[in-house]
Design a protein around this ligand. Structure first.
Ligand code: PEP
Ligand code: MG
Length: 591
């Protein structure tokens, strides 16, 4: 009997990258919640013991390989982190107990191993000794690796193996995996977890791949091969859409195509308000392949070059020369427009496999960005020299991420002076007057903006982090996305404080977080006195469109209202109303 057609089912998540696509689902990586128990028949027991031993050998090889790479790149001390893992793998008591459980109880290997290792981890976690408690984390880490091997789950599914066009569905996608996606085959993607300003979402927007995150159980509920429609405007995924739904979405796609045409017409025009206020509108990029997108979307150079993506998805860190070649190319291609190169911001939700670091309890509060760089002067100076050398090839500026106080700024400045002296001694040219700025993305930096403003040429407000750190709401966690409010009065006051301090000391201020690319919020930022906006190339035309249709005085009135209003949602509604009235064509998203 033929199977009846499955009915249409709609799922709602968080829209993070605009666009509509439809195609077959490919489920990449299901969340591993339950380790199912199977009772083995006696004739399968020895094979199961063999399977377990093979998984141990595989895990040992993988850990040794990671350890080798870490020692190579960072030295023996960091490599020692993995010794504890290797010792645990060789712990006869643990291994024998698992084998006994397989033999005596007829349990499957993953169930037996998980039960025994979890008991060990729980016992370690309960001990009144910090060192042993940390070993509980090692134990759980190790357990996950062994289970991956037993269950044949690959941490890093090789995305190059996808050959058929598909909508990718995964529990999570790391920023580094997202950066590998090929638009020709990955039409869109869906994840169970995530937030609008995670780097995964940012990369999706940058690549122009429609995406919906925070769908909670998509990777459990969706099946590979099912047909789906993904609406990245409204955050909806429709599995087995009816003809009527497809028709409605066809109309929405047409509407969007005619908007694109309208936006294209202003590509070469400046971002200037009706009353003559010129805003510098630039783009955020991740590598040299984005140059074309910057030009195509009419951005005036680069307001944020996320250089950490040069370090991700490769075997080893790029050296000074490799980096110089990239910076030089970008600077020359976009000359005379500025290219603001941000120094390395690894950590948080961005990791490079060749710089594998010990797991942190709170990576966003940990060894990230300028903290990581100041602790590794060799790595940092290689980048500083590369940027300085590229400064003669175009209009290069440089900024530091995650500045929390004056000390960091001073330490970075001292290293820049050291690098300049080195280059001078070798007669290598660089721009002596290259502008240097600081990102304002930690509340402490906004609060001491007057101190910092005396020492820099510009600020760039990293609202993605400024919001998460001010409101203590993880930018990648959909469970707290309702608290992640860009229009919270605390955020607006910090932005205003930063702008006022900068202008008082003759510095200019940009915003390069995702709010700069949101046509609903961009007018508010302009009203608050921001001089530059930098956003994903794909959203630059929309921001330009709305800026060219408003008056600075209206934006200032909006900001005045916002600064005295106590309610984030009321401020947001007012911004939304203003944007819809100013540029109605941008907001025709609903089917
Ligand atoms: C920000 O925090 O707003 C920012 C632009 O930097 P990133 O998103 O790379 O952390
Ligand atoms: Mg940031």
């Amino acid at each position: 009997m033929p199977t009846p057609p499955k009915g249409e089912k709609a799922f709602r998540g968080i829209a993070v990258s605009a666009g509509i696509c439809r195609g077959k689902i490919l489920v990449l990586h299901r969340a591993r919640h339950v380790i199912a128990k199977r009772d083995l028949p006696p004739n399968e027991i020895e094979a199961e013991v063999g399977r377990f031993e093979k998984a141990l050998v595989q895990t040992r090889q993988q850990i040794s390989e990671v350890q080798r790479r870490v020692v190579e790149n960072m030295g023996t001390q960091e490599g020692d982190i993995f010794e504890a893992h290797l010792l645990m793998l060789e712990d006869r008591m643990l291994v024998d107990e698992v084998i006994r459980s397989i033999r005596e109880q007829g349990a499957n290997a993953e169930h037996a191993f998980h039960a025994v290792s979890e008991r060990y981890a729980a016992a370690l976690a309960a001990v009144d000794d910090e060192y042993l408690r940390e070993r509980a984390d090692d134990m759980r880490d190790l357990t996950a690796r062994v289970l991956d091997n037993l269950l044949d789950v690959r941490d890093q599914f090789d995305l190059r193996h996808i050959s058929e066009p598909c909508i990718l569905v995964s529990h999570d996608l790391s920023a580094s995996m997202t950066a590998q996606l090929d638009k020709k085959v990955v039409l869109g993607f869906v994840t169970d977890i995530g937030g609008k300003t995670s780097h995964t979402a940012i990369i999706a927007r940058s690549l122009g791949i429609p995406a919906v995150v925070g769908l909670k159980t998509a990777s459990e509920e969706f099946d590979t091969g099912d047909y789906a429609l993904l609406d990245g405007y409204n955050g909806t995924v429709i599995v087995n859409p009816t003809d009527q739904t497809l028709f409605e979405y066809g109309q929405l796609s047409q509407l969007k195509a005619s908007l694109e045409e309208k936006l294209h017409e202003i590509q070469g025009q400046p971002a200037v308000t009706l009353d003559g206020k010129r805003i510098h509108l630039s783009a955020n990029i991740e590598d040299q392949n984005d140059i074309e997108a910057v030009l195509q979307h009419g951005a005036e150079g680069v307001g944020l070059f996320r250089t950490e993506f040069l370090f991700i998805n490769r075997e080893s860190a790029p050296g000074e020369e490799d980096q110089y070649q990239v910076y030089r190319r970008v600077a020359a291609a976009l000359k005379p427009h500025p290219v603001i190169i941000r120094t390395l911001d690894l950590g948080g939700d961005k990791f490079a496999s060749h710089l594998q670091l010990a797991q942190e309890m709170n990576p966003f509060l940990g060894w990230r960005a300028i903290r990581f760089c100041l602790a590794q002067p060799e790595l940092f100076c290689a980048q500083l020299r590369a940027i300085l050398r590229a400064s003669v090839e175009g209009n290069v500026k440089m900024m530091y991420p995650m500045i929390s106080g004056l000390d960091e700024l001073n330490q970075a400045a001292a290293l820049v002076e050291q690098c300049k002296a080195e280059l001078r001694s070798k007669n290598i040219p660089f721009d002596e007057a290259m502008d240097i700025g600081a990102m304002i993305e930690i509340p402490s930096a906004a609060l001491i903006a007057d101190t910092l403003a005396r020492r820099v040429k510009f600020f760039s407000i990293g609202s993605n982090d400024l919001i998460q750190y001010t409101l203590a709401a993880d930018r990648t966690n959909e469970k707290v996305s309702h608290l992640y409010e860009p229009t919270h009065p605390a955020i607006l006051r910090l932005i205003k404080m930063t702008v006022d301090a900068a202008h008082k000391h003759g510095a200019w201020v940009g915003v390069c977080g995702e709010i700069a690319g949101d046509p609903i919020l961009a007018p508010l930022l302009i009203g608050l006195g921001v001089d530059e906006l930098s956003a994903a190339p794909t959203v630059v035309p929309q921001v330009k469109y709305i800026l060219r249709r408003l008056r600075l005085t209206e934006a200032q009135a909006l900001a005045e209202f916002a600064l005295q209003c106590e309610s984030p949602s009321e401020i947001y509604s007012r911004c939304q109303k203003f944007a819809r009235e100013t540029a109605p064509g941008l907001f025709e998203n609903k089917t």
